[in-house]
Design a protein around this ligand. Structure first.
Ligand SMILES: Cc1cc2nc3c(=O)[nH]c(=O)nc-3n(C[C@H](O)[C@H](O)[C@H](O)COP(=O)(O)OP(=O)(O)OC[C@H]3O[C@@H](n4cnc5c(N)ncnc54)[C@H](O)[C@@H]3O)c2cc1C
Length: 427
């Protein structure tokens, strides 16, 4: 592949798109054409929908295709987390079978990692898979699983060896969600959205061929998924160029509408700084409070902090695209986002006063969103690793502080006593 800089790649993608685009195809047909071109994931190998280019080329291709009025890969766990993990760690058979339909959007995915007693301490998971001939039988509960209620497949980590030490007894699987042994129970959130689910597995069956990587090596594979989760923006823009019509566009819009339903409160969980500035302007007209210079100072502080944080995130993104391994910027950026969300929350409350408690007041977009912001922002400092966990990472990896004491290392996991579980009882 010749092009090695961004503008060469953009030019090549544009040239391909101009001759390949056909809005009358179905969404799946179009994406198949995209996969065959090698511009679906240019950083992958030429035999797997790519061009052997550096990682930055993926974003360039995505951007050129969308800005030209076309449709790129689906968003979400499938193309964002499952596909790159399978590409890096899956068997040839798994890649042949699952990568294509995942990237075309025919297969929808969810992530079955967290459990009631294993969130920050993910390696403490208890869902158990037991080998039975050519299959594995899985029992256990997962929780906070985004989109599990409409997923076809899941990426799943389960304990397969209770006599191994904590991190060594875990195996990574793909699980068919459409089977009797899998029950999905939606969770209604306090902001009245419903993005999460509990997933109960009762004798769910997984063919041995659906182990990703090796049995007992699931922690390494899970870490790969988590690294993709940190670098992937699940809420990457869904962009449709105005005035472009056709079957592909209609089907892509329908797909995006379902996708965005799950994520529609995510802007609110970031704090809606935009509305804060708007709210300040509106209240300026009729409130002494907003004319208060202290309030203006506070508003500017949040705004400047957010700008500095997003420039840090941009710097980290560019470094990654240039091939540098992820550093501490991910944790710093994550903490900064939590701080922005918290500060926005306080400011929204101060500016809107008691009105902030009212939802759905009708004709005022600022008012309408503020109540939802106040109860959505806590999620920002939990999802993708809590603030405290980010601080531990920074303390240990950046400042070189001693590791946290851990009583559950170096012994068979079966012997580790845990709340609600007797030592030796696999749950
Ligand atoms: C919006 C959102 C989407 C999510 N989507 C998914 C999904 O699709 N799939 C999935 O599997 N999970 C998902 N999760 C779950 C998420 O990964 C967990 O909520 C997260 O890892 C924290 O785990 P927990 O909720 O069990 O909290 P816990 O780990 O129980 O933490 C409770 C409190 O203890 C603190 N704490 C824990 N350990 C330490 C420590 N070592 N040092 C200091 N403090 C500590 C935490 O910071 C926190 O304040 C999602 C969560 C959110 C909010």
């Amino acid at each position: 592949m010749d092009p090695v800089n961004e503008s060469d790649v953009a030019e090549e993608v544009q040239a391909w798109f101009d001759q390949a685009w056909d809005p009358d195809l179905s969404l799946v047909e179009w994406r198949q054409r995209l996969l065959e071109s090698g511009w679906a994931v240019p950083s992958w190998s030429t035999d797997r929908f790519g061009q052997n280019l550096p990682a930055w080329a993926d974003d360039v291709a995505h951007r050129v295709i969308c800005r030209s009025g076309g449709v790129a890969l689906p968003l979400g766990v499938g193309a964002g987390l499952a596909a790159p993990t399978l590409y890096e760690h899956g068997s040839i058979e798994l890649k042949d079978r699952l990568l294509g339909p995942t990237l075309t959007g025919e297969l929808e995915w969810c992530q079955l990692f967290s459990e009631p007693g294993a969130g920050s301490d993910l390696a403490g998971l208890k869902a158990t898979a037991v080998r039975d001939g050519d299959s594995w039988v899985v029992n256990g509960q997962k929780v906070w699983n985004t989109s599990a209620d409409h997923a076809d497949m899941a990426i799943l980590v389960a304990r397969t060896d209770w006599d191994a030490v904590k991190h060594a007894g875990i195996t990574y699987f793909v699980l068919d969600m459409r089977q009797d042994g899998v029950e999905v129970r939606p969770i209604r959130q306090m902001n009245n959205h419903q993005s999460f689910n509990e997933v109960f597995m009762t004798d769910a069956v997984i063919p041995n061929a659906d182990v990703v990587g090796h049995v007992g090596d699931g922690w390494r594979v899970a870490r790969a998924t988590l690294a993709h989760e940190r670098s992937y923006t699940m809420t990457r823009d869904v962009y449709f160029k105005p005035d472009v019509e056709g079957r592909v566009i209609d089907e892509a819009k329908a797909e995006a509408a379902v996708y965005m339903q799950t994520y529609e409160w995510y802007p609110q969980r970031k704090g809606r700084l935009d509305l804060l500035v708007e709210g300040g302007r509106q209240r300026e007209l009729h409130s002494e409070q907003a004319r208060d210079s202290v309030m203006r100072d506070e508003l500017l502080k949040v705004w400047s902090f957010e700008r500095a944080a997003s420039l840090t995130a941009d710097r980290a993104r560019v470094l990654r695209e240039l091939g540098h391994p992820p550093g501490s910027e991910g944790s710093i950026g994550k903490l900064a986002l939590s701080e922005v969300a918290r500060q926005c929350n306080t400011m929204h409350g101060l500016l809107a006063g008691a009105d902030a408690m009212l939802a759905g007041t009708g004709d005022d977009p600022v008012h309408d969103a503020v109540a939802e912001v106040l109860i959505s922002t806590p999620a920002q400092s939990i999802a993708g690793g809590t603030d405290e966990v980010q601080k531990n990472i920074l303390g240990e990896h950046m400042l070189g502080l001693p590791k946290e004491p851990a009583a559950d290392r170096g012994v068979p996991y079966r012997q580790v006593g845990r709340v609600g579980v007797e030592p030796g009882d696999p749950g």
